[in-house]
Design a protein. Sequence first.
Length: 94
Amino acid sequence: MIILRIEHAVPDFEEWKKAFDSDPINRKQSGVLSYRIFRRADDAKFVLLDLAFNTTQEAEDCLSKLQKLWNRIQGKIMVGPQTAILELLEEVQL
């Protein structure tokens, strides 16, 4: 499984969540299988997301869509996105 990890600050979490839930890039059509949203325990205005994909190409294509979106909303809904495409090697639930 391939994970697109996104980290960024949000001026207002509720506004960010509303924008995220509106799904402006159509996550399912973009190949997203699932996603997880995290907030830092020490900073409620810093969000981390893991978007899961079958292939690296799907993750790269989705990231390209997101970068175009971010150019329009940078500083309003979110600030300073950092990304990484990761390969999940192992996941164990105990």
